[in-house]
Design a protein around this ligand. Structure first.
Ligand code: H2B
Length: 107
């Protein structure tokens, strides 16, 4: 699939459906940060998201430290946001609920 960059209106719509995500000033990435009960939970979550990311061929930029996970999404090929970022963010938010992860301040 070769997605198109979202327009301003589509981005606004996306952000209203992703309450725990922030968009950067240039509107090229969305990001969030999560805290899990421990490292094992964080890594299990990452494994689940990694498998999903592979299935849609769209991959997160993320970093993990102990029980914290910082996630940033963008469509590198187009240097901006597409429906794939929305799809991955929404899958991440659904999984975060199941894992009882807490949203924390992003860096
Ligand atoms: N993931 C993300 N986040 N952005 C991309 O542009 C991207 C990707 N491109 N995964 C895909 C892989 C591309 O490099 C391959 C060739 O399909």
């Amino acid at each position: 699939m070769r997605p198109k960059l979202l327009n301003q209106m589509q981005i606004d719509e996306m952000m209203s459906s992703l309450p725990h995500w922030q968009i950067d000033d240039k509107r090229r990435t969305i990001s969030t940060a999560l805290k899990f009960s421990d490292f094992k939970q964080a890594f299990a979550f990452m494994t689940e998201i990694a498998i999903y990311a592979e299935s849609i061929d769209h991959h997160p930029d993320w970093s993990n430290s102990y029980h914290r996970l910082h996630i940033s999404l963008t469509t590198h090929d187009l240097k901006g946001l597409t429906i794939l970022d929305e799809q991955l963010a929404s899958a991440i938010s659904d999984a975060a609920l199941r894992y009882h992860a807490d949203y924390v301040a992003t860096r």
